[in-house]
Structure formats: structure tokens, C-alpha cells
Design a protein around this ligand. Structure first.
Ligand code: TZP
Ligand code: MG
Length: 216
């Protein structure tokens, strides 16, 4: 895959913002995100038709702007929408299964925080891994103890060449640590979705990516 699309990876579901998700996504795109993941889970998350409807609306915003659209966990939804990619956790549908059921063009990301998980991701044909939490986060209710950017440095030292995005508690102050450790990109929810100025927040992160040579 083109690892540059991971550089500013924005994730959001309806409960990650007090504004209209469509509006926030539009602002984030104007600010320069490089891909988007629809992650509808946790307290008050939409289900069924409502979830699907919001996914479609957000996908349309992405398509109109040439921004790759990923779906979290929900393979059925990803297939229905012909999403550009899907992201799964260690306890979700296995990457091998997805690879059997999805079109070859659908990118597959998997959360992996240990070297073993990262090696399995490579063996199973994942296109990238998400490693975290980098820092303390209150966005994910069941988030584990932070592993820190050092974990990404470790994975690189162990020879991991698969694209890696750092996730969890990343903001404009700490993002550079994640990039310096060898991440291809940063994945953020609240730094953009909860900002009063999502476009400005995105531009601020974009600037840090530029300063660290991720200027594609
Ligand atoms: N996976 C690990 S941490 C996290 C996810 C989905 C939450 C990231 O949210 P935030 O607001 O960027 O810390
Ligand atoms: Mg999951």
C-alpha cells in the first residue's frame, strides 16, 4: 500500500463529537487529513440502519475529496459500502478471514502492540498495523496501559517494515515523539473531533508531520 495515506489518520464515530460528524469530517479534510476511519462504538453508538446511514454520509464526504474511507470492525458494513479499507482489533474477525471475504483491493489494518502480534499481522497479509495506546487516552473505554512511542521504535529495531500508525492520546504536543520513533503516521480521534476548531487542529497536526518529513 501507499504508506503516505496513513500519515494523518482521523478516526471518528457519532459519540466522539458534540458537533455534526459530517461537518467535523469536512473540516478535518480541509485541514489535511489523509484518511478517515468510521468507528461507531461505545456509549450511545448508533446501530443498524442509523449506523449505516451515517457511514454512507461520511463515506460520500471522503469520496468527494479523494480521502480513503475505512470502517472499524464491521466487515459486513465495509463490504456493503465497498469501503477502501477495514480496521480490526486482536479480538475481532481475523485478518485471514477478511482476506478471504473481501476484494483484494480492500486495505486491512489490525491493531498490534506486541512483536508477536505484529509478526502475525505480516503473515496474515495485513496492510498496516495500529500500535497503542501511545499515551493515556480517555476516548477508548477499555484502553490498555500506554505502551509509548518506544514500542514503535522497538518494532522497527526488530525489523518490522510494515506501515505503522501510532494511536492513543496523540496531540500536537506529543505527536513528534511518535513520528521520531518510526511511525508512518498518527491516528487521532479527540485531538480533532473534540477540538472547537477541527480544521485548525488538523492543520496543527499537519505542520508537525511536515516538520518530521511526512510531507506527501
Ligand atoms: N485504540 C487505541 S487508543 C484509541 C483507540 C481507538 C483511542 C484514540 O483516541 P484519542 O482521542 O486519539 O486518544
Ligand atoms: Mg475492534
Amino acid at each position: 500500500m501507499n504508506r503516505h495515506i496513513l500519515s494523518l489518520y482521523f478516526i471518528m464515530g457519532s459519540n466522539n463529537t458534540n458537533e455534526s460528524p459530517v461537518h467535523v469530517l469536512q473540516q478535518a479534510i480541509e485541514g489535511g487529513i489523509t484518511c478517515f476511519q468510521f468507528r461507531e462504538k461505545g456509549h450511545g453508538a448508533l446501530v443498524g440502519k442509523e449506523k449505516q446511514q451515517l457511514a454512507r454520509e461520511l463515506q460520500q464526504v471522503c469520496q468527494a475529496n479523494g480521502v480513503p474511507f475505512f470502517v472499524n470492525d464491521d466487515l459486513k458494513l465495509a463490504l456493503e459500502l465497498e469501503a477502501d479499507g477495514i480496521h480490526v482489533g486482536q479480538d475481532d474477525i481475523p485478518v485471514r478471514e477478511i482476506k478471504k471475504l473481501a476484494p483484494a483491493s480492500m486495505l486491512v489494518g489490525v491493531s498490534a502492540k506486541t512483536l508477536e502480534e505484529a509478526k502475525s499481522a505480516v503473515e496474515d497479509g495485513a496492510d498496516y498495523i495500529g500500535t497503542g495506546p501511545m499515551f493515556i487516552t480517555s476516548t477508548k473505554e477499555d484502553a490498555d496501559v500506554p505502551v509509548g512511542p518506544e514500542r514503535i521504535r522497538f518494532l522497527r529495531e526488530e525489523g518490522m517494515t510494515l506501515p505503522i500508525v501510532g494511536i492513543g492520546g496523540i496531540d500536537e504536543k506529543n505527536a513528534h515523539h511518535v513520528l521520531e520513533a518510526g511511525a508512518d503516521g498518527i491516528a487521532v480521534i479527540s485531538a480533532i473531533s473534540m477540538s472547537r476548531h477541527p480544521k485548525q487542529a488538523t492543520s496543527d497536526l499537519k505542520k508537525i508531520l511536515m516538520e518530521n518529513g511526512r510531507n506527501e
